[in-house]
Design a protein around this ligand. Sequence first.
Ligand SMILES: [Zn+2]
Ligand SMILES: [Zn+2]
Length: 269
Amino acid sequence: MKKYDYHVHSHFSGDCETDVRDILEFGIKNHVDTICLTDHYDYDYPYDDVCFELDIDNYFPTLERLQETYKDRINLLIGIEVGVQPHIIDFLHKKLCQYPFDFIIASTHLIDKMDPYYKDFFTGKTQYEAYYRYFETILETVKTYKEYDVFGHLDYIIRYGNFENKSLSSFDYNDIIDEILKTIIDTSHGIEINTSGLRYGLNQAHPNEKILKRYRELGGEIITIGSDAHNAKDLCSYYDYAVDMLKNCGFKYLSIFQKRKPTLIKLDS
Ligand SMILES: [Zn+2]
Ligand SMILES: [Zn+2]
């Protein structure tokens, strides 16, 4: 089937140096149909070593020029990955509705104003407490935050923390994950399957297969595929694997977005 990557970073993200043209050229060579750039926007990010503000006023004209240049060769869409924290929800609602994004991913990158990439978030917490607090923050977010299309890398907390078994299987988070999934479904939003976990050696995509199955069982239908590439070569990585996993989990369709409207594409097409 055609390849649609709905989670891609470029030099507009504070943690990425990749030129958008390199991503587009790689996509053309590898027969990618659509690239939706989703650069980071983490407002009120509390650490100084990296800036996750996005220069949105420069982002649009730059990408619009590239859309025009490449329009006969590849489809480029303008998205964003917004880091949501409960205390900035009102601000984000007002800010993001001013721009004509094709697609918005909401992600929880900060928990109680701490990034789990750094040790301080895990200090004084057991693994269960740390993971549970992450899911509580997501639940609070999806109950109140509305300006998004899919929720990003639902279980990405397992990337971090110095634990022997990082997977969710050591403890039972079923009830809170069910509540998160039901809220996402009830509010007509979706999730993504984010293949970066496979590149990180975690042996799973985000979220894991059990959560994907549960989302489908609960009636979840809207799902996008994203590589979370920060390098051109990672564009659409593990794409066929993700398609197979979606089929195994009972999905019949993949979602693609344009101007914030989903279209369902049959997984066999
Ligand atoms: Zn993210
Ligand atoms: Zn990302």
